[in-house]
Ligand binder design. Structure first.
Ligand SMILES: Nc1ncnc2c1ncn2[C@@H]1O[C@H](COP(=O)(O)OP(=O)(O)OP(=O)(O)O)[C@@H](O)[C@H]1O
Length: 614
C-alpha cells in the first residue's frame, strides 16, 4: 500500500496510509486537516486511475497544488513525487520502509531554545563548554552517550561514525545502561538508516508494536527508538541513536528535540576536530617534507643526503611497511614523519606509540583498542592506535620490545588488514602503513628467538638506517645554530652563535645520545651563556673537554686551520690539569708539563688561570 509522508513546518513528519478518495483540506471532513490560510476547505484528493495507479487531483482550490514544483490540476503519482499544498509537503511513496519514518528536519540553531530551568538544556550548554576543551573525539562521544543514557533514560545509546568511504561499515561507539551487557554491534533498521543518512532527518519510533514499525525493531524486541544525523559544515559524520526495550512511547517530542540539539553540537565538535587534524597534517607535511625550505629533517652531510633520497623513494610508495634502524635520538621518528609527509597518506593521521614504555598488560589495549566491559576497568570503548591511524601511518617505536604474543597480533593485523579490539566480536578493517623503529639488531633477535621472523619480514619490506651524529660531523654546526635560536628566544636573550672553540668542542664530542643530546646541550648552554656567543665554558664539562681528544685532530674533512685552533683549549686544559696536580705550584706544574717555568707563567697569564704564586 502507498503512503503519504506529511511534512508540516516545524512538526514531526507523519506517514499516512492512502486509500481511495483520501482528501486533504482545511476543514472536516477532510482526511488530512491542514489548518493553514493558503489551504482551501477541500483542497485535493487522491484516487485510483483506470489502470490501478494513483493520481492527485486539485478540487478547485484557490491557491492550487504544486506537483513536483509545477502547478497542476492533476498529477500521475509515482514513488518519491512531492505535492505541495500551502506550506505543507506531501511525499508519495510506495517503499515499505518509509512508512515508519516519523521524521522531521533537524531544528536549526535559531529554533534552539536558550537555557532555562530545564535540566536538559542546562546540560546541553555544559556539554558545549566541555566540547571546547576536548581534542579527543572518542572521549567527546563517550560523554555525549553518557549524557544521553542519563537524560533520555534510554537503555542503549549509540554513535555510528562514517570514517571510510560510503561502502565501509560505520564505526560504532556504544554505551549501555548498567545491567545490560554491551553487544558486539547494534543493528539499526534500514528504514531508520535511510531517514538518518539519506534524508538526513531525525527519526522517532514511539511504539514499535504499531503497524508499520520496522521489522528489525520487532525482531530485536525494541519498543521505542530515536535517531539524529550528525551533520555539520555540509558533511555527514554519521548519527546518534537511542532505544528502549521495556517501554513503549518512552520518547516524546521534547526528547527528539534534545537528541537533535545534541547531535548538532556533537557534529560541530567532530567537524572542528577534523579541521584541526587536517591543519596539523598540513603543517606537518610542510614542515617535514624533504624538499621544503623549512625542512625539519636538518642536515646536508653525505649520509643525510642519501637518507633523504631514500625518504623520497620510500615515501612515494605509500603503503610499504618500513623498518627504521638507528641509535637512540638519531631522528628515527622524524624520518618516519618525513616519509609519511612525502607519501599519498600525508593528509591522514600519523599516530605513534612507544612499545618500550608501555607495560605489557596495557600494550594490546593501546594497539588494538577495547570495548566497554572487555576487562575490569574498561569503562568505555577505546580505539586502538591501529584504528586511529586508519588510512594513515602508525609509528611503532622500539618494536623489538613487544612481547611475542603482541607480535603475533600485530602480524595478524598486517596480514588480514583487520583489527579486533579486546572483547569485541566483530573485527574492523584498517588500512595502515607501519613504520617500525628499533635500536636493536632485529636479525639477531630473530636468530635468538625473541622476535618473530614472519613479522620481521612483513616489516622489513623497506629498510632505512639513520646514521649516528658522530658520523655526520658536518651537520653539527647547522643543527646547533638552528637549536640555539628558539632556546635564546625562550630565555629572552640575544645569542648570535658559538665561539670557535665552543663549536670545535661540539664537533669533537661523540654524542652518544645523538641529535636529542645535542639539542639538550644547546638549550643548557643557552642558559649558561652571558655574552652574545656561546663560549666553551658554557658547555657541559663532558662536551667542552672533547676538544682534548686526539682523535678529534684526525676528523676527516677538517681544515688545518680548524685543527690548529683546537690546540689552544687543549693547551689550556693541560695547564689547568698540571696546576691542579701540583696544587698550584707553578714550578712543579711546569716540570710535569716538561716546559720552562716562564713558558707556563705566560700561559697562566694568557688563559687567566689560577696559581699559588702571585
Ligand atoms: N635531522 C633532524 N633535524 C632536526 N631535528 C632532529 C633531527 N633528528 C632528530 N631531531 C630531533 O632530535 C630529537 C630526537 O628525534 P627522534 O625522537 O626522531 O629520535 P629517535 O631516533 O626516534 O629516538 P628514540 O630512539 O630515542 O625514540 C627530536 O627532538 C627531534 O626533533
Amino acid at each position: 500500500m502507498p503512503y503519504l509522508i506529511v511534512r508540516e513546518p516545524g512538526q514531526v513528519a507523519v506517514s499516512l496510509l492512502l486509500r481511495e478518495g483520501f482528501c486533504v483540506g482545511r476543514l472536516a471532513p477532510s482526511d488530512l486537516l491542514l489548518p493553514y490560510q493558503q489551504v482551501s476547505r477541500q483542497h485535493a484528493c487522491f484516487e485510483h486511475d483506470d489502470e490501478g495507479g494513483w493520481v492527485v487531483r486539485d478540487l478547485g482550490s484557490a491557491n492550487g497544488l504544486f506537483f513536483n514544483g509545477i502547478r497542476a490540476d492533476i498529477g500521475q503519482l509515482k514513488d518519491g513525487d512531492v505535492i505541495q499544498i500551502g506550506p505543507v509537503k506531501l511525499t508519495f511513496t510506495e517503499s515499505e520502509g518509509a512508512e515508519i519514518a516519523h521524521a522531521q528536519p533537524l531544528p536549526t540553531p535559531d529554533t534552539l531554545e536558550p537555557p532555562g530551568a530545564d535540566r536538559r538544556l542546562r546540560m546541553l550548554f555544559e556539554v558545549t563548554r566541555a566540547i571546547g576543551a576536548l581534542s579527543d573525539p572518542d572521549e567527546l562521544l563517550g560523554r555525549m552517550l553518557d549524557a544521553m543514557l542519563d537524560l533520555l533514560g534510554c537503555e542503549r545509546a549509540l554513535a555510528a561514525l562514517r570514517e571510510g568511504g560510503d561502502e565501509e561499515p560505520l564505526r560504532q561507539v556504544l554505551r549501555t545502561r548498567e545491567g545490560r551487557a554491551p553487544q558486539g554491534e547494534v543493528v539499526v533498521s534500514r528504514a531508520i538508516l535511510q531517514a538518518l543518512l539519506v534524508r538526513r532527518e531525525v527519526v522517532i519510533i514511539r511504539d514499535a508494536r504499531e503497524r508499520g514499525a520496522p521489522h528489525t525493531l520487532v525482531t530485536q524486541g525494541i519498543l521505542s527508538a530515536m535517531g539524529a544525523p550528525l551533520e555539520a559544515g555540509g558533511h555527514l559524520f554519521g548519527f546518534l541513536y537511542v532505544d528502549h526495550c521495556s517501554q513503549a512511547s518512552h520518547f516524546a517530542q521534547e526528547d527528539l528535540d534534545f537528541l537533535g540539539a545534541l547531535a548538532r553540537l556533537t557534529a560541530a565538535a567532530l567537524h572542528s576536530a577534523q579541521q584541526h587534524q587536517r591543519a596539523l597534517s598540513a603543517a606537518e607535511a610542510a614542515g617535514s617534507s624533504p624538499d621544503s625550505p623549512r625542512v625539519e629533517l636538518l642536515g646536508d652531510s653525505p649520509p643525510m643526503l642519501r637518507l633523504k633520497a631514500q625518504i623520497r623513494k620510500f615515501g612515494a610508495s605509500g603503503s610499504t611497511n618500513m623498518l627504521i634502524r638507528g641509535e637512540s635520538g638519531t631522528g628515527k621518528e622524524r624520518v618516519a614523519r618525513a616519509m609519511h609527509a612525502a607519501s599519498p597518506r600525508a593528509q591522514r593521521p600519523f599516530v605513534s606509540l612507544n612499545c618500550a614504555v608501555m607495560p605489557e598488560t596495557t600494550i594490546e589495549g593501546e594497539l588494538f583498542g577495547y570495548v566497554q566491559g572487555a576487562f575490569p576497568g574498561a569503562t568505555h570503548d577505546k580505539r586502538g592506535r591501529f584504528a586511529l591511524a586508519h588510512r594513515g601511518s602508525l609509528f611503532l617505536d622500539e618494536i623489538g620490545d613487544l612481547s611475542l604474543a603482541a607480535q603475533a597480533k600485530v602480524l595478524r593485523v598486517l596480514q588480514e588488514g583487520e583489527v579486533l579490539p579486546l572483547g569485541a566480536g566483530v573485527p574492523q578493517r584498517v588500512d595502515v602503513r607501519v613504520f617500525a623503529a628499533t635500536q636493536r639488531d632485529l636479525r639477531r633477535e630473530v636468530a635468538e628467538g625473541r622476535f618473530r621472523e614472519d613479522l620481521f619480514f612483513r616489516l622489513n619490506v623497506g629498510d632505512v638506517e639513520v646514521p649516528p651524529l658522530r658520523e655526520r660531523v658536518e651537520d653539527i654546526a647547522h643543527l646547533a645554530q638552528v637549536f640555539l635560536a628558539p632556546a635564546a628566544l625562550n630565555l629572552g636573550k640575544r645569542l648570535d652563535g658559538f665561539a670557535p672553540q665552543a663549536l670545535q668542542a661540539l664537533q669533537a664530542y661523540a654524542w652518544p645520545g645523538n641529535v636529542r643530546e645535542l639539542r639538550n646541550e644547546i638549550e643548557r648552554a643557552a642558559i649558561q651563556a652571558e655574552g652574545l656567543l656561546v663560549e666553551l665554558d658554557d658547555l657541559s664539562p663532558a662536551v667542552s673537554r672533547a676538544v682534548l681528544s686526539p682523535s678529534f685532530l684526525t676528523v676527516p674533512g677538517m681544515s688545518f686551520a680548524a685543527r690548529f685552533a683546537t690546540l689552544e683549549p687543549m693547551e689550556r686544559a693541560l695547564c689547568e690539569d698540571a696546576l691542579a696536580a701540583a696544587r698550584g705550584n707553578v714550578a712543579e706544574a711546569a716540570r710535569l708539563l716538561g716546559i720552562t717555568r716562564i713558558m707556563l707563567v705566560r700561559r697562566i697569564e694568557r688563559f687567566g688561570l689560577r696559581s699559588r704564586e702571585p
